[in-house]
Design a protein around this ligand. Structure first.
Ligand code: CA
Length: 225
């Protein structure tokens, strides 16, 4: 089994190579995202171990570029610290599993073997509520058969509401997930973006699916029509 390890910490990369070779893997190393992407385009790997924080292209960009190029090799991403957002983003961009550093060698090998058993992944799932759909990998949204163009921030807000469909998303949660926990601007920015989404995804279709829940937040109601 041939594995590509993309990791810029050279000591860690060398340790991974040694350990994986001892388990019978053939190992190639890349120390930045650009080289990593070049190698996966040129060679056929059975699995890729991809660090998130990389010079050049970061792991998420490599992951997205691989999937955009229809390279479906299973990917295990390495994250430097527990960050739900990074992990969710990694899985959305087409990674199959993630492991938080520091990790034990046995756990890494077990996860790689599990990925190899599973084989190449399906395309990431499209999020949907009623006839509203959003493809997190391609960043495209549709109402019914109509594709709707959204800005990056509108996409992020829609994605968060879709992941919470039917449940209330509080303003705090929306700020944390869509704008980032360190956002210090006016929280009323959410209303502005909710209005944009309503004007693009509801009003032209005669719908009211993005509900304001007084003093709490917003809820995407499932359109039963
Ligand atoms: Ca790194």
């Amino acid at each position: 089994m041939r594995v590509l390890v993309v990791e810029d910490e050279q000591a860690l990369a060398a340790g991974l190579r040694k350990g994986l070779e001892a388990e019978g893997f053939a190992v190639d190393l890349a120390f930045d995202g650009v080289d990593g992407l070049w190698l996966v385009r040129e060679n056929e790997y059975d699995v890729v171990v991809l660090d998130i924080m990389l010079p050049g292209l970061d792991g998420l960009q490599v992951c997205a570029a691989m999937r955009a190029a229809e390279i479906w090799t299973p990917i295990l991403v390495l994250t430097a610290r527990e960050s739900e957002r990074v992990e969710i983003m990694a899985l959305d961009t087409g990674a199959d599993d993630y492991l938080m550093k520091p990790f034990s060698h046995q756990v890494l090998v077990a996860r790689l073997r599990a990925l190899l058993r599973r084989g190449a992944p399906e395309r990431p799932a499209v999020l949907a509520s009623g006839d509203l759909r959003f493809d997190p990998a391609e960043r495209r949204a549709w109402r019914g058969a109509t594709e709707v163009t959204l800005t990056a921030r509108e996409q992020a807000l829609l994605e968060f509401l879709l992941r919470r469909a039917g449940r209330v998303a509080s303003k705090r949660e929306i700020l944390d997930h869509v704008w980032g926990a360190d956002f210090e601007g006016d929280p009323n920015i959410i209303e502005v973006y909710v209005r944009h989404l309503r004007e693009k995804l509801d009003r032209p279709f005669g719908l009211q699916t993005i509900e304001t829940v007084r003093r709490m937040g917003y809820r995407l109601v499932v359109d039963e029509s």
